[in-house]
Write a protein that binds this ligand. Structure first.
Ligand code: ATP
Length: 149
């Protein structure tokens, strides 16, 4: 179905903010942005990324939506513990967790990002991460404006 992801993200941020100790900021240029996505999957995808930002960072989380030529880009930016270079290519694999010791207190099964990847694939989009240990992480999703093929 076609949904306004700007409105969807706005509502989601409002809802999640109550459960997040840190501030979530949502930047977007367009007031509305219609995309052909499966709404429950899109919400699950964004909640996985925002929930990770919450778990692995204490500072303000920035959610940003940018319209590009062929795609809409969504960035989830945190200033948390970051992910070591050598681990970055594995985080989208099932059950992969960066470091048992540091992850134990936050719980989790290492499934979140593999589910996120599957949802993005189903929408013919992309997901990637840029991160630096001790500095923070940016997860970037792109979704084609054409929608699900
Ligand atoms: P869950 O399945 O509950 O989400 P999880 O967080 O362990 O548990 P993933 O979401 O798949 O699983 O993340 C995999 C690993 O990637 C995590 O264990 C964590 O080490 C690392 N990671 C994910 N997001 C971040 C982030 N924003 N900052 C730092 N590390 C992260």
């Amino acid at each position: 179905e076609v949904i306004d992801i700007a409105a969807n993200l706005n509502n989601m941020v409002k809802r999640l903010q109550r459960a997040f100790p840190q501030k979530i900021i949502f930047h977007h240029e367009m007031d509305s942005c219609y995309l052909k996505v499966h709404e429950p999957s899109f919400e699950q995808l964004m909640i996985i990324l925002l929930d990770n930002a919450k778990k692995y960072s204490e500072e303000t989380i920035t959610l940003q939506m940018v319209e590009e030529e062929q795609v809409v880009r969504i960035d989830v930016i945190d200033k948390g513990i970051g992910i070591p270079e050598e681990a970055q290519s594995h985080v989208f694999s099932r059950m992969y967790r960066v470091d048992k010791a540091r992850s134990r207190k936050t719980g989790g099964s290492g499934l979140g990002l593999s589910i996120a990847k599957r949802i993005v694939d189903r929408h013919n989009g992309t997901i990637s991460v840029k991160s630096k240990e001790g500095v923070g992480s940016t997860f970037t999703v792109t979704l084609p404006k054409g929608g699900i093929a």
